[in-house]
Unconditional design. Structure first.
Length: 343
C-alpha cells in the first residue's frame, strides 16, 4: 500500500498548487484565476450573481457514510443551484477548506476530484479560494459567481395571483436517502466489517449524496419562451420555499397533495420507516429541484416539458397558503424545513 502523504509537508501554497496547477479557464470573463492575490472577472454589460454556502462536518455532512468525492461534488452543486434559481448561469467558483490533522493529502485530493468533476460537467471555472488548519473537523466554503441578463433575472418576489406553481423532478427522495444512511449507521455501528445493503434504494441515495442541478429544465423553459415570474431551488423543503415566495411576492397559494411528485423508492422507504410520505416531500429538503411560477397563459406549454409538474396556483394574499388534501381539506403550510441553527 502506498504511503499516505502529509499535507503539512506541502504547506498551504504547495497544497493549492498541487490541487489546481492544471486548471485553465473556460470563460472569457475569467481574466485572472488562481495564482494571484485575487481573481479578476470582466462581465461588461451582464448582471453579476454571487452566492456562497458553508458546509460543516457534523452539521451538514457525516463522513461515516459520505464519500469524499461525492462531498466535493455536492458542495459545488449546492451553490450552482442557487445561481440557476435566479435564472442566471454559473461561471466561476472559489473553494475554501478548513482541514483537520486527520486528513491526508489523498483525502483532500478526493474532495477536489468531486469539485473538479462538477466544474467540468457544468462548465464552471475554479478561480481561487483559501485553506486553513481546523480544530473542529472539515469545513468547506464555496462561493459561486454567475451572470445573467438584467431583464431576465428571476426573483422570489414576482409571483402574481393566478400564476401556476411548478416543481421539477420529484420531492422527498434526498430526505429519505438521509434517513436510510442514518439508520444503517446506527444499526452497524458495533458490527465490525459489516456492509449495509442498499439494493433497490440507489436513487434516493444518489439524490442525497450526489444531487444535480436542473439546468436541463431551465434550458427547455428558455427554448419554449416560457416566462418565469418567481423561482427558488428546493434546499430547505417545499413548504419553506413556497412560503418564502408568498412572503416576498405578497401573495397566497394553493397546492394539491395528489399533484406532488414522489418517486417509488421514496414512497417505499417512507412506508418502511412508518413516516408520512407527504410530510417528507414538503419538509425534507436537499432535493435541489426548482420551484417556480409562470403566468396561467403558459400552462399548456409548461405541462409538455418532461420533468415538470404543476402542483397548484398563486392566490391573493388574504387567501393564505394551504395544501389541499386528497379529501379536499385545506391544511396550512408551515415552514418546517431543516434548520442548522437548531441543531
Amino acid at each position: 500500500m502506498a504511503e499516505k502523504r502529509s499535507i503539512k509537508d506541502l504547506g498551504e501554497f504547495g497544497l493549492i498548487d498541487h490541487l489546481t496547477n492544471d486548471i485553465s479557464p473556460k470563460h472569457a470573463s475569467t481574466v485572472k484565476g488562481i495564482g494571484d492575490d485575487a481573481a479578476v472577472l470582466d462581465y461588461k454589460d451582464k448582471q453579476v450573481v454571487v452566492t456562497t454556502d458553508l458546509l460543516l462536518e457534523g452539521i451538514h455532512f457525516d463522513l461515516v457514510y459520505t464519500p469524499l468525492k461525492h462531498l466535493g461534488y455536492k458542495a459545488v452543486i449546492v451553490n450552482l443551484s442557487d445561481v440557476i434559481a435566479m435564472n442566471a448561469r454559473p461561471k466561476q467558483i472559489t473553494v475554501s477548506l478548513g482541514i483537520s490533522s486527520r486528513f491526508t493529502l489523498e483525502m483532500i485530493e478526493d474532495i477536489y476530484a468531486g469539485i473538479r468533476l462538477a466544474c467540468e460537467k457544468y462548465e464552471v471555472d475554479l478561480i481561487g479560494g483559501d485553506t486553513s488548519a481546523s480544530l473542529t473537523g472539515l469545513t468547506i466554503s464555496i462561493t459561486c459567481i454567475g451572470e445573467g441578463e438584467k431583464d431576465k433575472l428571476v426573483y422570489r418576489s414576482g409571483a402574481k395571483d393566478t400564476d401556476i406553481i411548478c416543481v421539477t423532478g420529484d420531492l422527498g427522495a434526498a430526505y429519505m436517502g438521509l434517513q436510510l444512511l442514518e439508520r444503517e449507521k446506527k444499526v452497524l455501528a458495533d458490527v465490525k466489517g459489516a456492509q449495509p445493503d442498499f439494493d433497490g434504494y440507489e436513487y434516493v441515495l444518489e439524490k442525497q449524496l450526489k444531487p444535480e442541478i436542473r439546468l436541463d429544465i431551465i434550458t427547455q423553459l428558455h427554448e419554449k419562451g416560457i416566462p418565469l415570474s418567481s423561482m427558488m431551488d428546493i434546499s430547505d423543503g417545499l413548504s419553506s420555499e413556497l412560503l418564502h415566495i408568498c412572503k416576498q411576492s405578497e401573495c397566497g397559494c394553493r397546492i394539491y397533495e395528489d399533484r406532488i411528485p414522489i418517486d417509488y423508492q421514496t414512497a417505499k422507504l417512507a412506508e418502511e420507516f412508518n413516516m408520512n410520505l407527504v410530510t417528507a416531500a414538503l419538509n425534507g429538503g436537499e432535493d435541489y429541484e426548482l420551484l417556480f411560477t409562470v403566468p396561467l397563459d403558459f400552462y399548456e406549454k409548461v405541462v409538455m416539458i418532461e420533468g415538470v409538474k404543476v402542483i397548484g396556483h398563486i392566490t391573493k394574499p388574504d387567501a393564505g397558503a394551504f395544501m389541499v388534501t386528497r379529501g379536499e381539506q385545506e391544511i396550512a403550510l408551515i415552514a418546517q424545513g431543516w434548520n442548522s441553527m437548531a441543531e
